[in-house]
Design a protein around this ligand. Structure first.
Ligand SMILES: *[C@@H]1O[C@H](CO)[C@@H](O)[C@H](O)[C@H]1NC(C)=O
Length: 111
């Protein structure tokens, strides 16, 4: 019985994760905030809005330990890492709204 409950819980967590448009990779534990950016793009009827957020600090060689992109609008937008990321010193995060929606994201990079 316990295993069925555990399985149901895992399914539930997976479902919640796929429904969310937040990006959360690596960890922010025992690390410092290297970069913070608020991304706000207004909606345009019938258009998707996209933004690439590029982080690179030439005076710091800190390895990125974690990245979060929080969808403050709780929209159906997508956040993906297209270059670098955890284990690198740089990262590019691509944000893409659904048609007719804007973007309202908070990006945090920890290292
Ligand atoms: C780059 O890294 C240095 C050293 O950690 C830090 O002092 C500086 O504020 C960083 N610059 C930016 C633009 O984040």
């Amino acid at each position: 019985m316990a295993s069925i409950a555990t399985f149901a819980l895992i399914l539930c967590v997976l479902f919640v994760n796929t429904q969310s448009s937040d990006l959360n990779v690596g960890t922010s534990l025992n690390s410092e905030l290297l970069y913070l950016e608020a991304v706000q793009l207004s909606s345009i009827p019938l258009k998707t809005r996209t933004k690439n957020v590029f982080y690179n600090n030439s005076t710091s060689t800190k390895i990125i330990k974690g990245i979060t992109a929080i969808d403050l609008a709780r929209s159906e937008a997508k956040a993906t890492i297209t270059a670098g990321g955890v284990g690198s010193t740089f990262a590019n995060i691509r944000l893409k709204s659904v048609r007719g929606s804007g973007l309202n994201y908070q990006i945090q990079i920890f290292g």
